[in-house]
Design a protein around this ligand. Structure first.
Ligand code: 13P
Ligand code: SF4
Length: 305
């Protein structure tokens, strides 16, 4: 029974002094046993303050690496070792060094969806909810934004005072849909607002009533007086909103809006990882960790408040 598994998880995390952090894309049964649920920025902020000896990151690898970068003294566990972000793995330091040569004088702003190794050659990290604020606060005017061109273009519109160069990279889950999918959903649900993540194709973001991070989308829908919403991000958000606001209606932009990597982690993965015979402990060599920490620290400094 699900409840028995959840109770076992709660008991074990207490006994073993484990804090469970979960990204909003995790399934609801995992959110129920988590100590904190949030978007990438919220998770990084929370990681700085965790008092427990061990942190389990229910999400994808770059999120667990961020926790390890910030908390080297803690054990950091990723319950499903294969939970990667394909966008984060698409760009390596060698490729970025070539791009830097092409754009001399540009500050490199990296979406947090990048590997720890890549972060060592970037100037500052951003997340979808903090990118515009951070870029506006940076003294540099010329920005090379990697690796998500859709988020980069969305941010460029909010920061017209900066020169923002994007490069080709995207989230395979979000970028698979274009305006035609959004128009189809609008036709099916003419009274619904369209809420989109900035990783969506530019043509979807342009049609949206609101564009924001996972947490921002959920807050917007909860606080809106409107009753119907089309959700243009991973379908777990449709599930969470349906549970949190049963009086409202939430429709997925597409039934295929699924991040296979985020959905790899199941409630049983969390239990088995806590039992000690499943998942992976994240390790980083100290040189990589310290170099990668520079751009995460800068993100937290410029993105707070
Ligand atoms: P958020 O920072 O909005 O949670 O996004 C993370 C992510 O991977 C979205 O695909
Ligand atoms: Fe990466 Fe996209 Fe999955 Fe987010 S939804 S973790 S960006 S593949």
């Amino acid at each position: 029974m699900l409840r028995d598994i959840q109770e076992q998880i709660l008991k074990l995390k207490k006994e073993k002094d484990v804090c469970i952090l979960a990204h909003c894309y995790q399934t609801h049964d995992i959110l129920e046993v988590a100590d904190y649920v949030g978007d990438s920025f919220g998770l990084a902020q929370k990681a700085q303050k965790v008092a427990n000896k061990t942190v389990m990151m229910c999400g994808v690898r770059f999120m667990a690496e961020t926790v390890k970068i910030l908390c080297p003294e803690k054990r950091v566990l990723l319950p499903e070792a294969d939970a990667l972000c394909p966008m984060a793995d698409a760009l390596d330091p060698q490729m970025l060094l070539q791009l830097k040569e092409k754009y001399p004088g540009y500050a490199v702003v990296a979406y947090i969806n990048t590997t720890a190794e890549l972060k060592t050659v970037c100037d500052v990290c951003v997340t979808s909810s903090s990118a515009a604020k951070i870029i506006k606060r940076m003294p540099e005017d010329k920005i090379l934004f990697i690796p998500d061109k859709n988020l980069g273009k969305f941010i460029a519109k909010q920061c017209p005072e900066k020169t923002i160069q994007t490069v080709y990279g995207c989230c395979p889950t979000h970028a698979q849909f274009d305006a035609s999918e959004a128009q189809k959903a609008r036709k099916l649900h003419p009274n619904a607002l369209l809420l989109a993540h900035p990783e969506c194709d530019e043509s979807v973001a342009e049609l949206a009533d609101f564009v924001g991070s996972t947490t921002e989308i959920m807050d917007y829908a909860k606080n809106s007086p409107e009753k119907e919403f089309i959700i243009a991000t991973e379908n777990s958000i449709v599930q969470h909103l349906g549970i949190d606001c049963p009086e409202k209606r939430f429709y997925p932009l597409s039934k295929n809006f699924v991040c296979r990597n985020m959905q790899l982690t199941k409630i049983a993965s969390v239990l088995h990882c806590l039992e000690g015979d499943y998942g992976e402990e994240i390790t980083l060599d100290e040189e990589t960790r310290l170099k990668a920490k520079v751009c995460i620290d800068r993100m937290l400094e410029l993105g707070n408040g």
